[in-house]
Design a protein around this ligand. Structure first.
Ligand SMILES: Cc1cc2nc3c(=O)[nH]c(=O)nc-3n(C[C@H](O)[C@H](O)[C@H](O)COP(=O)(O)OP(=O)(O)OC[C@H]3O[C@@H](n4cnc5c(N)ncnc54)[C@H](O)[C@@H]3O)c2cc1C
Length: 371
């Protein structure tokens, strides 16, 4: 089949790989000018480890495995250690693979069959499904017809909007925003330092994550849903800078300077997507576009991998009958999604306590556990 995958994140790359491995002709369109490989280390866990194995990428993922979370420490404003991050409370089993998002994305991209056509800097604009195929009009003006279109374009999926309606009908905001910024200066000056410090003040987290010779800042803050252009980098930076304005303690000023200078700054809401169904006709959604579980679940990447695997396997088993395949894909993927979405129960209180009292109680509890 001639299949369009919209979005080159983990879900899009995994889907393109699974379909390409089964002989489909895949075109992958990514809106950014290049693969977006930034991001904090993420986890491949549970059955996703087995699916990664079937994709042929598991040995490479194991090679690149890191253990950053083990070095996480909550710190006071003066940098002294307040408590250790409870890694055991946050992982499933020793089989989990913690890996830099960039390494996972590059490994999947490198494994794509040569026949994969990757188009950067474009986006679907109009999708017309006439029952026998989908006519796709792109923002660039290009037009092409595909047998199937798979939307793997993330939390703010344009495919979802075009086919199922506005994001507001499906989004469940968890009351937090997340931002990531590269810290090249910190990586150079603090090479010997393996710790990943996390500093809280009520409703806010600023932290430095380190792995190998890299360092980047991670921010979380509590806020209701904000209205801004998801593609306007300056607007995103302003929201983050305003949220941490007036705080000169710990390393916040340096981290905010890094945000100002970073062309790859990442900012998004911590929200889930709940949809009654993920397909219509010849168009289906995969990954965050269909069922974002939010970073608090720690399972978005594993869901992207399992979804890609089920979708491609079911298309093969159904002999290309997409109606049967999409239905079975959804049946197999749903339980994983429900588990992941339901696993977010504390609204991020562990890593972003809402009050000073909650920060103190958390630290005391973790100190007691460690003693
Ligand atoms: C730069 C970046 C950094 C991230 N960092 C973290 C992190 O640190 N921790 C964490 O838990 N999760 C992070 N995530 C989210 C995490 O990768 C996903 O939750 C999970 O891997 C599922 O992936 P996904 O492919 O469904 O969505 P995403 O990873 O969000 O990928 C969606 C892709 O689609 C592209 N896209 C969006 N709109 C269009 C369009 N109209 N046309 C074509 N392409 C489009 C995006 O540029 C992106 O490459 C990050 C995502 C991105 C994009």
């Amino acid at each position: 089949m001639n299949i369009l995958v919209s979005g080159g994140g983990i879900a899009g790359l995994a889907t393109a790989l699974e379909l390409g491995n089964r002989g489909h002709q895949v075109t992958l369109v990514e809106r950014a000018a290049h693969l977006r490989v930034t991001g904090a280390p993420i986890d491949v866990r549970g059955d996703a480890v087995e699916f990664a194995s079937r994709m042929g990428v598991l040995p490479k993922l194991r090679e690149q495995r890191i253990r950053m979370a083990e070095h996480g420490v909550f710190v006071h404003a003066d940098g002294s250690v307040a408590a250790r991050l409870p890694v055991e409370e946050m992982s499933d089993s020793g089989d989990d693979i913690e890996i830099a998002r960039e390494d996972l994305a590059r490994t999947l991209a490198d494994a794509l069959p040569e026949s994969t056509d990757i188009v950067f800097g474009d986006s679907v604009d109009v999708l017309t499904d006439d029952g026998a195929g989908v006519d796709v009009h792109f923002v660039s003006g290009r037009a092409e017809r595909f047998d199937l279109v798979l939307g793997a374009d993330g939390l703010h999926s344009v495919t979802r909007r075009l086919v199922f309606g506005p994001e507001r009908d499906y989004v469940r905001h968890l009351g937090l925003y997340v931002a990531l910024t590269d810290l090249p200066a910190e990586a150079r000056t603090d090479r010997a330092d393996r710790t990943s410090p996390l500093y809280n003040y009520p409703g806010h987290l600023a932290s430095i994550a380190r792995y190998r010779n890299k360092a980047f800042g991670v921010f979380l803050f509590r806020s209701g849903l904000l209205d801004y252009d998801h593609r306007d980098l300056d607007a995103q930076k302003k929201i983050l800078l305003d949220a941490f304005a007036g705080h000169t303690e710990w390393k916040i000023p340096q981290l905010l300077d890094a945000v100002r200078a970073d062309p790859e700054f990442y900012f998004d809401s911590v929200s889930q997507i709940h949809m009654p169904t993920w397909y219509r006709g010849r168009i289906a959604l995969v990954g965050d576009a269909a069922h974002c579980a939010a970073l608090l679940s720690g399972r978005g990447t594993s869901l992207a991998i399992s979804g890609a695997h089920f979708l491609a396997e079911e298309l093969e088993d159904a002999g290309g009958d997409h109606t049967v395949a999409f239905e079975r894909y959804e049946q197999r993927q749903r339980p994983y999604v429900e588990f992941a979405q339901n696993s977010v129960t504390d609204g991020g209180e562990l890593i972003v306590p809402s009050t000073q009292e909650a920060i103190d109680v958390r630290n005391a509890r973790l100190q007691a556990v460690a003693a």
